[in-house]
Design a protein around this ligand. Structure first.
Ligand SMILES: Nc1nc2c(ncn2[C@@H]2O[C@H](COP(=O)(O)OP(=O)(O)OP(=O)(O)O)[C@@H](O)[C@H]2O)c(=O)[nH]1
Ligand SMILES: [Mg+2]
Length: 282
């Protein structure tokens, strides 16, 4: 029986107090600006997996590398969902520490789970980088997000930032998050974040087991790829992919790679969110 997400993990990351979206990364927030870049740089930001593919043997089956492979037009359409307007407000709604405090919303919902400090809030902040003034708090101190934070994207979907599990998880983590994942009817996809330099840790495997047990659809996102040397990233990526293929039922076969710092993979993930919430035109 799993003892959910309590083990004290030792490996901790410490960073400087730099803003998560540096000045340069912030200028990549819109696809219009990214497409002005040289092709190589553009691909690095839009499709970070391309940087790994070239190291693979030509005989390797790459069908799961770009299972989700939208066009630039689709990425641009998805971006419009993440751009607020009077008719399409994007904002924080509320926080909840128990499922019965969660807002009753009917639109499709996606949530972000992962070990404390893995980069959940930073990723959400990057996804919402086109929303002036939106507050998504990030911190180098693990265990910063203490509640389930709900953000409404017009009438089209809701996005939920979760507290982290493992080291310095809030005491009521299990009571808060497990029932949410189990009973939230409009939850369309759970994004399970793992650190790209470390791959699956013990607590991540427990989280995978939990998603499998609840039978909810989920997808793995490898974070902080700017900090992983290519060799490490490739090794972790292939291990994650093999694990998904051999040991999971409900996990999307393609892991996503992101750096909220350098903005890589963020556009693709916006597009995937649009896709799983049925907002991506074909
Ligand atoms: N280099 C780098 N650092 C990142 C990235 N994403 C997040 N960080 C850093 O990692 C630390 C934790 O980020 P958060 O987004 O607050 O992590 P979290 O998963 O929300 O953490 P909890 O709320 O504590 O569970 C911060 O110091 C971030 O600046 C990234 O893509 N690259
Ligand atoms: Mg957080």
């Amino acid at each position: 029986m799993r003892t959910l997400l309590r083990p004290a993990l030792t490996a901790r990351e410490h960073f400087g107090a730099c803003g998560i979206l540096g000045r340069r990364a912030a200028s990549y927030a819109s696809i219009k600006d990214v497409t002005k870049l040289q092709e190589k740089k553009m691909n690095k930001i839009l499709f970070p997996i391309l940087g790994l593919e070239k190291y693979l043997s030509p005989n390797m089956d790459k069908k799961h590398f770009r299972l989700f492979d939208p066009s630039l037009e689709q990425i641009a359409k998805a971006e419009e969902l993440f751009r607020p307007s009077d008719k399409h407000p994007i904002d924080y709604v509320t926080s909840a520490i128990r499922m019965d405090h969660a807002p009753s919303l009917t639109q499709p919902e996606v949530c972000f789970i992962g070990r404390s400090n893995v980069g959940k809030s930073s990723l959400i902040k990057a996804l919402f980088s086109l929303v002036p003034g939106i507050e998504v708090r990030v911190s180098k101190t693990p265990g910063h997000t203490k509640k389930m934070n709900f953000f409404k994207v017009g009438k089209v979907f809701t996005l939920v930032d979760m507290p982290g599990y493992g080291y310095k998880a809030p005491d009521d983590f299990v009571e808060m998050v497990e029932p949410y994942l189990q009973v939230r009817k409009n939850l369309k996809r759970t994004f399970l974040l793992v650190d790209s330099a470390l791959g699956f840790q013990k607590a991540d495997l427990i989280a995978v087991e939990m998603c499998e047990e609840f039978g909810i659809p989920y997808v793995i996102v490898a974070t902080k790829i700017d900090r992983s040397p290519t060799g490490v990233l490739l090794t972790q990526y292939l291990q994650i992919q093999e694990f998904i293929e051999k040991q999971t039922q409900g996990c999307y076969p393609q892991p996503f790679l992101v750096s909220s710092m350098q903005f890589s993979g963020i556009h693709l993930l916006r597009c995937f969110v649009a896709h799983v919430t049925r907002n991506l035109p074909t």
